[in-house]
Structures are given as structure tokens and as C-alpha cells.
Design a protein around this ligand. Structure first.
Ligand code: CDP
Ligand code: CDP
Length: 204
């Protein structure tokens, strides 16, 4: 049975962690749509025009070893304001969402623009300070961040750009279920997400 789960929210809220756990639980495929924008951002930093990079994106581009680096996150959020970049990535995301075996997509505009028809929509959030701390721990372990302040500034700058852009801004879909993970550990956040999704599956 086709079943689509849309998970949106700001940087480092726990979208990917929840998406991976939910996709493993149901045996659904998972697409981290942020990687598409990060891959276009990485191309821009290499000198390729962003629209052309988005139109010609190849699966290999998603394997770029530095996609998780903060400078690529910033570049991603800059290319993500360009309407033609976003539209070049829509068909791929929608086709993924409609897979027969079920799909989980996480990003910023999945429940609002990419698949407003998704059977389950979650909006995962947490305070900027909590998110920055979590992301700092993660990046520092990989040698990709020097200070918490730097990571907090990165997270805040991206949130600001993502929320205020004209095209597909970050916002919860009207029927999204809100999950604030500020005071939840990973297990608690995953349990909350699965409980919400189970209730929707019972209705589908
Ligand atoms: O995908 P997104 O950027 O929203 O966040 P993530 O990559 O899933 O989570 C960012 C970091 O926070 C990871 O290191 C997670 O392990 C951690 N995390 C956490 O500590 N507690 C949670 N409830 C969720 C995520
Ligand atoms: O993991 P994190 O939440 O830090 O970032 P990400 O999901 O990898 O996304 C990187 C950037 O891509 C975001 O800051 C957004 O500007 C952009 N993005 C977007 O505009 N729409 C999406 N569906 C996914 C990401």
C-alpha cells in the first residue's frame, strides 16, 4: 500500500533521526531532501551555476564527502531561495514520495508543497539553542565545527532564510502534527512520531 510520511522542520530538529527510525520501522524508503539542496550548494561552491546544477544533478552528487559541512549547509540554504532550483527538484521528490512500498521524506516544504497529499505530516522542532548544541556535538566529532557559537549562528541564519523566503518557506502544513523535541531524547521523539503516525494509519 502506498503511504507517504512528510517530515519538516528547522535545522537539526531531529528530522533525519526520526525519519530513519520511522522508515526502518515500516520498511519504507527514506529521502533526505536536504541532501539535494546541499549537493546543489556544493556545486555552486565549485563554480557551477545553481540552476544548471539543480537541473543536471546526478546520484553521485549526493555522495560528495563534505555535504554535511557547515559551509555547504549555508550554500544549500542560499541556493534554496531560487525558484528555478526548487522547481528542478520537484519531480524527483514527488516520484519518490509515490513509491508503491511507502516513503518518508524529510525537509522544509514536504508537507506544504512537495506532497500536501501525504497521509502523515509531522513538523519537528526544538529551541535554536538545543538544536545548535546537538549539531555542534555531531559536527565536532567529525572535525567539522570549532565552536558552539559558530554552529548556533549557522542554524539561526539558515532558519531565518528558510522561514522568510518567498518560495516554499519553512512552515508547518495546516494539518501537520507538531513535535517539539527540546526536552525529548531520541527514543522519546521516535516513540512520539510513531504513535502519531499509527493513529493516522488506522484512519487511512
Ligand atoms: O535532520 P535534522 O537536521 O533535523 O536533525 P538530525 O540530524 O536528526 O539531529 C541532529 C542531532 O541531534 C543528531 O546528532 C541527533 O542524534 C541529535 N538528536 C538528539 O540528540 N535528540 C533528539 N531528540 C533528536 C536528535
Ligand atoms: O539537516 P539540516 O536540517 O541542518 O539541513 P538540511 O535538511 O540538510 O537542509 C539544508 C538546507 O537546504 C536548508 O537550510 C534549506 O535551506 C534547504 N532545504 C530546503 O529548502 N527544502 C528542503 N526540502 C530541504 C532543505
Amino acid at each position: 500500500m502506498r503511504f507517504t510520511i512528510a517530515i519538516d522542520g528547522p535545522a537539526a530538529a531531529g528530522k533525519g533521526t526520526i525519519s530513519r527510525a520511522v522508515s526502518a520501522h515500516y520498511g519504507f524508503a527514506h529521502l533526505d531532501t536536504g541532501l539535494l539542496y546541499r549537493a546543489v550548494g556544493a556545486k555552486m561552491l565549485e563554480g557551477v551555476a545553481p540552476i544548471s546544477a539543480a537541473q543536471n544533478l546526478e546520484p553521485d552528487d549526493l555522495e560528495h564527502p563534505k555535504l554535511r559541512a557547515p559551509e555547504i549547509a549555508q550554500a544549500a540554504s542560499k541556493v534554496a531561495v531560487i525558484s528555478e532550483v526548487r522547481s528542478a527538484l520537484v519531480d524527483f521528490q514527488r516520484a519518490f514520495a509515490r513509491r508503491a512500498g511507502g516513503a518518508v521524506l524529510d525537509g522544509r516544504d514536504i508537507g506544504t508543497v512537495i506532497c500536501p497529499w501525504a497521509e502523515a505530516k509531522l513538523f519537528v522542532t526544538a529551541s535554536a539553542e538545543v538544536r545548535a548544541k546537538r549539531r555542534f556535538v555531531e559536527l565536532a566529532a567529525k572535525g567539522l565545527a570549532d565552536s558552539l557559537d559558530e554552529v548556533l549562528a549557522d542554524v539561526k541564519a539558515r532558519d531565518e532564510r528558510d522561514i522568510n523566503r518567498a518560495e516554499s518557506p519553512l512552515k508547518p502544513a495546516d494539518d501537520a502534527i507538531l513535535i517539539d523535541t527540546s526536552d525529548l531524547n531520541i527514543d522519546e521523539a521516535v516513540t512520539k512520531a510513531l504513535t502519531s503516525i499509527e493513529a493516522l494509519r488506522a484512519k487511512a
